[in-house]
Design a binder for this molecule. Structure first.
Ligand SMILES: Cc1cc2nc3c(=O)[nH]c(=O)nc-3n(C[C@H](O)[C@H](O)[C@H](O)COP(=O)(O)O)c2cc1C
Length: 340
């Protein structure tokens, strides 16, 4: 008998899909989601996801091996679709028999979903529109994450609440759908589960877990921040299709505007193509995030954070955060106003 009967019943399909006790995913966070946090999430009953980011195949190989040393539970690997070595990275996941691969950052390249499935792994995708979500799910993807603009990191333009109302009624009966963006408490989790989500994905809430290797200054910036401090980046030049990023406002946010101007100028000069311009912007973010997470440079680095940062007030072990989310969700679902 589970401690959280109502929540667990709503999560049953998600748990079966992930092979976990609770259908709570910790979304991959570059530099943050490495062996320590990923294993702590999975050992705590959730589902940790290694962020491959810009890692080389060799680095990913070592990271997966190290994570497996720290947990015998399921965990996933998040691969960015524009990574130049994406197929090699897929083979590394296959070599380690990684159970789930998450494809993030764009439309999966041709053959990538099939390549992952050939290794026997399940494929989780993101989709910004309902039409694309249906296409991906019908052509082999096993599950979908819908992520709203409240989230930390790279974001789309639509809020989680609206995406949930658009996608869940159409997809939740036949497919596994996880909801992400702006979830900081079990109350919110319960609401999306009741709407048909199979589970949820959180990032910001887990970034400051005790096991997260993020620098203590990075964590302190999160504890101080209000929801309104997690701002969306501004697009300086309409010709340069920069994916917006939500992060705590600092000098790094302004430096990003300068970077966009610089890249737009060399794009105009014909020195680089659009794809290269976009890659330069992505490398900029990876470097800036590393400066904040690893070096603790919270002035000039990127403090990627979602609006739910206001609900992150102290360092807690990942397993306690998961237990708290489950308790809050269960209490919400048992409220008399919800009684059948
Ligand atoms: C610091 C940080 C780094 C992130 N890096 C990535 C990433 O590398 N790849 C990715 O797919 N999502 C990334 N995300 C998004 C998370 O995986 C997750 O979907 C998101 O944080 C969920 O919304 P929330 O922040 O409101 O909880 C990042 C989020 C944060 C806060």
């Amino acid at each position: 008998m589970t401690e959280y009967p109502k929540t667990s019943a709503l999560m049953a399909r998600g748990c079966e899909f992930l092979g976990t006790e609770h259908a709570i995913m910790c979304g991959a966070m570059s530099w943050v989601s490495e062996r320590n946090l990923v294993s702590a999430i999975s050992n705590g009953g959730g589902f940790g996801v290694v962020a491959c980011g810009a890692m080389t195949p060799d680095l990913l190989d070592a990271e997966i091996a190290a994570t497996k040393e720290m947990t015998d539970k399921h965990f996933g690997v998040n691969l960015i679709t524009m990574h130049p070595d994406i197929f090699e990275l897929i083979d590394i996941c296959g070599k380690h028999r990684v159970s789930h691969v998450v494809l993030a950052g764009g439309i999966p390249p041709k053959g990538s979903v099939e390549a992952i499935k050939q290794h026997g792994a399940k494929v989780i995708v993101f989709a910004p529109t309902l039409a694309l979500a249906k296409k991906l799910l019908r052509s082999g993807a096993d599950a979908l994450v819908i992520e709203g603009s409240e989230a930390g990191g790279h974001i789309g333009p639509v809020s989680t609440s609206v995406l949930a109302q658009e996608f869940l009624p159409e997809l939740a009966k036949d497919f596994i759908v996880f909801v992400a963006g702006g979830i900081g408490t079990g109350d919110m989790m319960a609401a999306y589960l009741e709407m048909g989500a199979s589970g949820v994905q959180l990032g910001t809430r887990f970034a400051c877990a005790t096991e997260s290797i993020a620098h203590s200054d990075f964590k302190k910036a999160f504890f101080r921040a209000k929801a309104r401090d997690a701002e969306m980046s501004v697009q300086i030049d309409p010709r340069l299709p920069v994916i917006p990023v939500r992060a705590l406002k600092n000098k790094g946010t302004d430096a990003f505007s300068d970077k966009q101007r610089e890249v737009a100028k060399i794009l105009d000069s014909g020195e680089i193509e659009m794809a290269e311009a976009q890659l330069q912007i992505e490398h900029y973010w990876a470097g800036a995030l590393r400066r904040a997470v690893v070096d603790g440079d919270i002035e000039n680095g990127s403090l990627m954070a979602g609006q739910s940062v206001s609900l992150v007030t102290e360092e807690e072990p990942a397993a306690e955060i998961i237990a708290k989310l489950m308790e809050q969700s269960e209490a919400a679902l048992k409220r008399p106003s919800r009684a059948a």
